[in-house]
Design a protein around this ligand. Structure first.
Ligand code: UD1
Length: 426
């Protein structure tokens, strides 16, 4: 286990380059299963989740080659249909092989990934959507066993909530279904658009991705072909750097990012007092004073992203004034607030609301990272805390932020990655 030692007081200045989105590339890797042959994905971040997904695809029979920035997946004619627990438990996103496997093989057995530190994360909408397309699903011995022996049939699927994962699974299943599928109340995230773009390049007929109604006209199995696709930039990593720049009263240019995907978060930074300049292929954030508190309410895209909620809580802890943050997506996403309080933050939570009273200073302390985004939020808080903040359990942060420490140091921060000596005594 490793930890980060963060010295407070840095002002971040310079440039960072953003990789492709973790939350997109994992689904693009699953989509490759739909076509026999060699698919190449570029702009791929160097994070462990990619290795886990590669291991799962290999288990299904694919050959997967990972080189920096690129994943090449060779999909055989015959795929295995079982995604075992040892591989799925490390990576919740592995549930997105369910749709492609049922579509291609008429059956899939995928281990239930279980909950995690941000909430319960049900799968009912995934299975209900597949059921509309004619796949029965049962939960047995910790697995979802889905079966459509006569193939899938297009249907209208109305989602109770615009779930990202359910939209992706149903979309990937529907491309090979017989007839037309309509996903209503679909998720509109840029990662959905990225997935649809890749499917279209493969020969699928998909219209409306990025809106609440996606229409898919099924094509015969075997008519899709592998493709090369560049992953959409990671808007959450880009947004994290934007907040880091504003909080440290710095000046950071964020390259290979799409500010259109961050309109609301960037607008909130302007309200907080930052200057945000849109550039071709990126944006620049600078700030020369203490931020003003900004209210946040997380919602499905184009609402404020839940994955940036911890970073904006960090910003509000040192802001002038009080802010109300409302979390509408994941019920346990305020768990990390107690760690912020250890840094001297003044935060009270009640259900899905958090009220933060900004303080002039935080004070460095040892804190624990519960999940990717909470961990990043704690590092941001550490950058503006007096003295030293030690963030433990950083394997969570590593899952979402490749080269985080190196990039922070390049921008002028003082952050060290080191072994966590606590474990040596166990
Ligand atoms: C994805 C992202 C995650 C992001 C989230 C919301 C990946 C790997 N992860 O997660 O980083 O925070 O979108 O933008 O892409 N739900 C159900 N039943 C279902 C499906 C979802 O109850 O069948 C609930 C979940 O428990 C959660 C909410 O709906 O409370 C949102 O989930 P969803 O949009 O599906 O998020 P994920 O795809 O899991």
């Amino acid at each position: 286990m490793e930890r980060f030692r963060v010295m407070g007081g840095a002002r971040l200045a310079g440039e960072v380059r953003i990789d492709g989105a973790k939350n997109s590339v994992l689904k693009l890797m699953a989509a490759a299963l739909l076509a026999e042959g060699r698919t190449t994905l570029t702009n791929v971040p160097e994070i462990l989740d990619i290795d886990y997904m590669a291991a799962l695809l290999r288990r299904l029979g694919c050959e997967v080659e990972l080189t920096p920035g690129t994943v090449v997946i060779d999909v055989p004619a015959e795929l295995d249909h079982e995604a075992p627990y040892e591989l799925v438990r490390r990576l919740r996103a592995s549930i997105c092989v369910l749709g492609p496997l049922v579509a291609r093989l008429g059956q899939a057995k995928v281990a239930l990934p279980g909950g995690d530190a941000i909430g319960s994360r049900g799968l009912d909408m995934h299975t209900a959507g597949l059921a509309k397309l004619g796949a029965t699903s049962e939960s047995e011995h910790g697995y979802i066993i889905a079966s459509a022996p006569n193939g899938l049939k297009g249907a209208t699927v109305w989602l109770d909530f615009p779930s990202v994962g359910a939209t992706e699974n149903i979309l990937m299943a529907a491309v090979l279904a017989d007839g037309t599928t309509v996903i209503d109340n679909a998720a509109r995230e840029p990662e959905i658009v990225d997935l649809a773009d890749m499917l279209i390049q493969m020969g699928a007929k998909v219209a409306g991705a990025g809106t609440s109604t996606i229409e898919i006209e099924g094509v015969p199995a075997g008519s899709l072909s592998p493709t090369s696709h560049r992953t959409v930039p990671d808007r959450i990593v880009a947004g994290t750097w934007a907040v880091a720049a504003a909080m440290t009263r710095g000046d950071v240019t964020i390259r290979n990012a799409n500010p259109h995907h961050l309109e609301l978060p960037l607008d909130k930074l302007v309200t907080a007092g930052a200057d945000v300049e849109w550039l071709a292929g990126g944006f620049r954030v600078s700030m020369d004073r203490r931020p003003e508190a900004v209210d946040i309410m997380t919602l499905p895209y184009p609402g404020f992203p839940t994955d940036l909620q911890p970073a904006y809580i960090a910003l509000n802890t040192v802001a002038e004034g009080s802010a109300m943050v409302t979390e509408n997506i994941f019920e346990a996403r305020f768990m990390f607030v107690n760690e912020m309080v250890r840094l001297g933050a003044e935060i009270r939570t009640d259900g899905h609301h958090a009220v933060i009273r900004g303080r002039p200073h935080l004070s460095g302390a040892p804190v624990k990272s519960h999940d990717i985004r909470a961990g990043a939020g704690l590092v941001l808080a550490g950058l503006v805390a007096e003295g030293e903040t030690i963030v433990t359990d950083v394997h969570h942060i590593d899952r979402g932020y490749a080269g985080f420490v190196e990039q922070l140091n390049e921008l002028g921060a003082e952050v060290i990655r080191e072994p966590d000596p606590d474990l040596f005594t166990e």
